[in-house]
Design a protein around this ligand. Sequence first.
Ligand SMILES: [Mg+2]
Length: 242
Amino acid sequence: MLESCSAARYNKDMNITTIAFDADDTLWANEDLFVATQQQYMQLLAPYRHNWDAAELHAAERRNLNYFGYGIKGFTLSMIETAIEVSDGAIPGRDIAAIIDMAKAMVHAPLTLLPGVAELIPQFAQKYHLMLITKGDLFDQEAKIARSGLAEYFRHIDIVSEKTPHAYQRILQRSDINPQSFLMVGNSLRSDILPVIAIGAHAVHIPYHLTWAHEHVDIPPHERSWHECESVYALHDWLADR
Ligand SMILES: [Mg+2]
């Protein structure tokens, strides 16, 4: 497949001065780790109830977002809660300990930067003000940013609890950034693209091969008013073209 960007309502007069990147599944792989852990977890619970599916876990995750927010800790509590439900209260302490060990392994899993990121983020930083805007657990996200080796390229790093239009507006106002000159780049339509379009700023969607059910939205192509790039390489070429 060609590395390219499609552009809906392509605007040649766009004058971008600030580019903000999402982190998980935009700069580095993340969802793969959750999917792999979930598979391990399903195996652990197989003896307690046959033929149950991950929908129960996903429902617990959604319910618990209001209590625990995004990230590994919230996911772990949802795994424990679901284990209690699936086993009808019979899950022993040693299996709960195994779930907690899975969570610890997630925290220490190696960070894999996505193709082009290590090479191109420093290049983007020479030409644009770069920001990192991510949601999730503060401790976990800060650790990943440090391990990525990319922190020095971002003028601002924001870890927010939810990526709403209001959250983006607050970030832009704080740094005195005009929405017209702001471009957000991310893998989630729900968190990185739609709220940014809603405040009149620009957005580039770089889809990732895995999308968490909670982030999934269906929008027909003719209603799309953002740009879509296949990779950070394609984003680079698209920006250079402008
Ligand atoms: Mg993401």
